[in-house]
Design a protein around this ligand. Structure first.
Ligand SMILES: NC(=O)c1ccc[n+]([C@@H]2O[C@H](COP(=O)([O-])OP(=O)(O)OC[C@H]3O[C@@H](n4cnc5c(N)ncnc54)[C@H](OP(=O)(O)O)[C@@H]3O)[C@@H](O)[C@H]2O)c1
Length: 254
């Protein structure tokens, strides 16, 4: 799989998938690892996904990056979340402030963790275009190394300000919701059109559409299905789409 600043370009999201079901977590995580994924995204907001992910990663923990989040209204609660994450994961490679929540309060203690080498990168996330102005303001402090935002043919608002800003500041970009939470998968273009794009499946076309924007470092599709995890990882191989191929995907998604 192609590697960019955060390693192999397809990772795995964990929202609304295995939750506390450790057997499913092991199955999906093993499939993703076997197919070359090396970054796994989670959050305290995703029910029991963090401990399940920790258990599933345990045998190969040294090979992967955990990107999880602090989702807390106070520093005390945020620190308690971080302490639990250290129990589950050993360390956190990318710690993100979820939905910008209390970010000015959390940044100082998280920066200390990063500066002392316990965290590799600090990130910030939001899913709603209505908060992208606030996300941009947070990035302009130059205190974040990564940003997580939605990008797919239905949700392109980040192209206006955030992607150019991230490129200018050297901030790594993680794409959430690359399949629009599955909404883009309700119908698929004909097989000949997929062949013309050089892919086997419609989810692969959508993932390649995201990754063909060179400002993107990583897409984190989520799945409950090991075969889907393998197929998604295969979309991380070049060649990437040119402008015309991207437009074709946009037409099929419309
Ligand atoms: N949604 C948000 O607002 C949000 C916010 C912050 C962060 N994130 C992060 O971003 C990650 C990804 O976003 P997301 O989970 O919201 O949505 P997504 O990855 O765009 O879509 C997930 C949906 O796509 C389906 N799917 C995945 N691969 C497939 C394949 N190859 N074939 C057919 N169906 C496939 C999954 O169903 P199956 O289980 O059947 O495969 C699931 O219903 C999250 O898990 C989370 O880590 C999301």
């Amino acid at each position: 799989m192609e590697e960019r600043r955060l390693g192999p370009v397809v990772g795995l999201g964990t929202w609304n998938t295995f939750g506390g079901d450790v057997d499913t977590a092991r199955e999906v995580v093993e499939a993703a690892l076997g197919a070359g994924c090396r970054l796994f995204d989670s959050s305290p907001m995703y029910g029991e996904a963090e401990p399940s992910l920790g258990a599933a990663l345990e045998p190969r923990r040294g090979e992967v990056q955990v990107a999880t989040k602090i989702w807390a209204g106070s520093v005390e609660e945020g620190r308690a979340q971080y302490a639990r994450q250290l129990d589950w994961f050993g360390r956190v490679e990318i710690e993100q402030i979820h939905n910008l929540q209390s970010w000015p309060e959390h940044l100082p203690w998280l920066e200390r963790e990063r500066d002392e080498g316990r965290i590799d990168r600090l990130g910030v996330t939001h899913y709603a275009a209505s908060r992208f102005g606030d996300l941009a303001r947070a990035l302009r402090t130059r205190r974040f190394d990564a940003v997580q935002l939605p990008l797919n043919p239905y949700e392109r608002e980040c192209e206006r300000e955030l992607l150019p800003l991230a490129a200018e500041l050297g901030v790594a970009v993680i794409v959430m919701r690359p399949l629009d939470e599955g909404a883009l998968l309700r119908r698929s273009p004909p097989r000949e059109a997929l062949a013309e794009l050089g892919v086997e499946t419609w989810p692969q076309a959508l993932l390649k559409w995201v990754l063909s924007d060179e400002r993107v470092d990583l897409a984190i599709p989520a799945t409950t299905n090991a075969a889907h995890a393998r197929a998604n990882a295969a979309a991380g191989e070049p060649p990437w789409f040119d402008a015309e191929q991207r437009r074709l995907v946009e037409r099929f998604a419309a």
